[in-house]
Design a protein around this ligand. Structure first.
Ligand SMILES: [Zn+2]
Length: 127
């Protein structure tokens, strides 16, 4: 069986094992953290062979060891910077449209609304 990674919640040591559930001999195979108790397990079929129980444990270890890609978790700040740049560009276009069309007629009102939305998005307020 492959090594168990430490708990993603507390960093504690984890162990793969089987345990009983309820009073009727039902069992689960899974992984539990010895530090914080984070646990997940799958029911073992009644009458499962030792090989089938072992397969459940191997599957549980694989799932326990799975982590989100670092790319995925580090994407937040880069994504925010990219969107801020896009909003700055949008703001420049709205301002140049305002210069071209003025702000007195219907087009001007729409431009004012667009500018307001872009400014709110840049401020993090949303709309
Ligand atoms: Zn833990």
């Amino acid at each position: 069986m492959s090594d168990l990674r430490n708990c993603p919640f507390c960093g504690g040591k984890a162990e793969a094992k089987t345990w009983e559930v309820g009073n009727f001999g039902d069992r689960e195979a899974g992984v539990t953290c010895t530090g914080c108790g984070a646990t997940f397990g799958n029911a073992i079929d009644f009458g499962a062979t030792p090989d089938e129980v072992e397969a459940e444990l191997v599957g549980a270890v694989e799932r326990w060891n799975r982590r989100a890609d670092a790319d995925q978790t580090l994407r937040g700040p880069a994504e925010i910077a990219r969107l801020e740049t896009a909003l700055q560009i949008a703001r420049r276009y709205v301002l140049s449209a305002k210069e071209t069309f003025g702000a007195d007629d219907d087009a001007g009102w729409i431009i004012q609304q667009d500018l307001k939305m872009v400014d709110e998005a840049l401020a993090g307020g949303g709309g």
